[in-house]
Design a protein around this ligand. Structure first.
Ligand SMILES: [Zn+2]
Length: 207
């Protein structure tokens, strides 16, 4: 099996063993798209959105897969929905990418209520003005900042500045363990540690 097929098998197992795990379906969808399996990628992305309808980047990936399958009308519908979600959340990059795709398809992007140029004031701010920047954060106006950085290095600092306490706990108590278990990461090796960091950054939206 090629390396890509190996990883697809790993994530397919993760998605089957733990069907409520949005991360598993999301990564599986990305890998399937990479392998040109767009039909199956569509299913994985749809499942991700059932579990996490605020995960704005996934609408973008889903629409891309649909376009590869010549399902244009469906793609446009997904882009409109995704644009709205991204705009509401203040996820500017996915929103602008989906707006661009709609324009390329000859559609007029919906008017984002918060489609401002320059410094964005978008996104619901939580108590004390904290806004979580993790794609898929469900906490919106209830987002709370971590009282201190979870690690003492530069990345810990960044996590405290950009990720809410609930998202961090979700990673720490839930997904990090799944990632380690399912992928059998050996954190005592450089490779294991690098993989772990990669999943953490992806989960937290730090890249
Ligand atoms: Zn959050």
């Amino acid at each position: 099996m090629s390396q890509l097929q190996d990883r697809i098998a790993q994530f397919r197992k993760m998605a089957n063993d733990d069907p409520e795990n949005e991360l598993g379906h999301y990564r599986l969808g990305q890998l399937l798209a990479e392998a040109g399996e767009h039909e199956q990628a569509v299913q994985s992305f749809r499942r991700t959105l059932e579990l996490s309808p605020h995960f704005s980047k996934v609408y973008h990936l889903l629409a891309q897969a649909l376009l590869r399958l010549d399902r244009r009308d469906e793609a446009i519908q997904v882009l409109r929905e995704g644009f709205r979600v991204a705009d509401e959340r203040g996820d500017r990059m996915p929103r602008d990418e989906m707006g661009r795709m709609l324009t390329e398809l000859g559609e007029t992007p919906p008017q984002g209520a918060k489609l401002s140029v320059g410094v964005s004031t978008s996104g619901a701010a939580g108590e004390g003005g904290f806004r979580c920047q993790r794609p898929g954060c469900m906490w919106g106006a209830r987002a709370r900042q971590l009282p201190k950085p979870p690690m003492s290095d530069e990345i810990g600092q960044r996590i405290q500045e950009t990720v809410c306490a609930d998202c961090w706990n979700e990673w720490l108590k839930n997904y990090s363990i799944k990632v380690i278990n399912e992928l059998r990461l050996d954190l005592s090796t450089d490779h294991g540690q690098a993989e772990y960091d990669r999943y953490m950054r992806e989960f937290l939206g730090l890249d």
